[in-house]
Design a protein around this ligand. Structure first.
Ligand SMILES: Cc1ncc(COP(=O)(O)O)c(C=O)c1O
Length: 423
């Protein structure tokens, strides 16, 4: 028996004892680009999370709209465990079964005919923007490269994606940005028409979120989204829909475009796609995909079997009437609860959103203070999000239990009262 096979059959060594950790270690060891909550979560189940001290939080954040089926869903645990015992990684000079199965499911249930897998939302958008440019370059020549995006958009942090995003604070200070990206006001049909009138056939793509998430939970109007489709068609430009946050059932259909009367040329997905396991995808048509010939784009981990096996399990559960109708029913429960709370606390100028993706816009006196409410939420045992400085965002699991919604809304009310009580 060789040394290697002997080692493989020897009893496993005792697991090394785990080093105790504290939140303070973050400030000591991590690159300071985040300011995490003062507690450290150690366990999650469904829509509940526990910290190191054993304190339970109701989860209305879902890891920023990611854990679509809650924490540690048994089907996901099984898919990951089974795949972990079978095949972890081969990279893209071979394909693999979970990636092909997941691609087929995405294609069978959307407009798409082709899929490109990657690891995150920003990479999916990076691929989409590069594909749009390459398609235009191949078909129409090098002068068709302009990208139209919207102010306050968020498309991720790689340099092309962050340039396409419409918030200068995220893209400034890094040197020259990729050229040819302009921004118009979201939902402004006249501004979009004016941009096409000015740049005309030089535009290769329009990139939009169907509802701006990070930018303040602002739903796209049907007129705006349909104008984008119409103008793209007229000028041979591609419509890229960023469904990284809005997709995978969050608004009550598999993807949000399905309710908006438009079909994109390219769609990007991530977040809920893996339910907490990192994966991104870019979906497109045969015609557009052809611009990415062998070697033109790629990533080592794209289509990783572990990620795709988990995403396949997530997809099978989300893409059912039971879950999608459940999202719509939960929307009604949240809307009613939030309106009832606001009738007494009067902190919100507007309550809006679709499915389990809700925004509460603070009244003028509390503008700029959204993070205070998140911190008060922590004190009340609730995880919630902001969408900019003026909007509180709720994005729980699609399958959050009704009892957890009620319990969470009670804690939300406590948090609101706490901030309001402080003036
Ligand atoms: C609409 C949208 N696009 C892109 C991204 C970037 O995704 P990731 O953080 O996985 O790169 C996000 C993340 O919040 C998003 O909300």
């Amino acid at each position: 028996m060789s040394a290697l096979s002997a080692a493989a059959s020897a009893p496993p060594a005792a697991a090394p004892s785990k080093m105790p950790v504290t939140r303070a270690m973050f400030d000591q060891f991590m690159v300071p680009c985040y300011a995490p909550a003062p507690f450290v979560p150690v366990r999650g189940e469904g829509s509940r999370v526990w910290d190191q001290q054993g304190r339970m939080y109701i989860d209305f954040a879902a890891g920023v709209a990611v854990t679509a089926l809650g924490h540690c869903h048994p089907a996901m645990v099984k898919a990951l465990g089974d795949q972990a015992k079978t095949l972890w990684h081969v990279s893209n000079w071979m394909t693999n079964e979970p990636a092909l199965r997941l691609a087929k499911k995405l294609i069978d249930n959307t407009f798409a005919e082709r899929v490109f897998f990657c690891n995150s939302g920003t990479e999916a958008n990076e691929a989409a923007l590069k594909l749009a440019r390459r398609y235009a370059f191949d078909k129409f020549g090098e002068s068709k490269y302009k990208v139209v995006s919207t102010l306050n958009a968020f498309h991720g942090r790689t340099f092309f994606a962050v340039t396409a995003g419409g918030q200068a604070k995220y893209s400034s200070g890094f040197g020259p940005k990729p050229a040819g990206v302009s921004h118009i006001a979201y939902n402004d049909v006249a501004a979009l028409e004016a941009e096409f009138a000015r740049e005309g056939d030089a535009i290769c793509a329009v990139i939009l979120e169907p509802m701006q998430g990070e930018g303040g939970m602002l739903p796209g109007t049907p007129e705006f989204l349909q104008a984008a489709r119409r103008l793209c068609d007229r000028h041979n430009a591609l419509l890229i829909l960023d469904e990284i946050q809005s997709g995978m059932g969050r608004t009550g259909t598999l993807f949000s475009y399905m309710q908006k009367g438009i079909v994109p040329d390219i769609l990007t997905s991530a977040k809920g796609l893996g339910g907490g396991f990192p994966i991104g995808a870019m979906l497109t048509t045969d015609k557009v995909a052809a611009a990415f010939s062998v070697g033109v784009h790629g990533t080592t981990y794209g289509g990783n079997p572990l990620a795709c096996a988990v995403a396949e399990a997530v997809f099978e559960i989300i893409n059912t009437t039971e879950v999608l109708d459940g999202v719509k029913a939960r929307n009604r429960l949240f809307q009613e609860g939030l309106k009832r709370i606001n009738a007494s606390c009067k902190l919100f100028a507007d309550i809006r959103g679709e499915g389990v993706w809700l925004g509460c816009e603070l009244v003028a006196a509390y503008r700029g203070r959204a993070m205070e409410f998140v911190r008060a939420g922590h004190d009340a045992g609730l995880l919630l999000l902001v969408a900019g400085p003026d909007v509180l965002r709720l994005a729980p699991a699609l399958t959050i239990g009704l009892d957890d919604i009620i319990e969470g809304l009670g804690r939300f009310e406590q948090a609101l009262q706490k901030v309001a009580g402080q003036g």
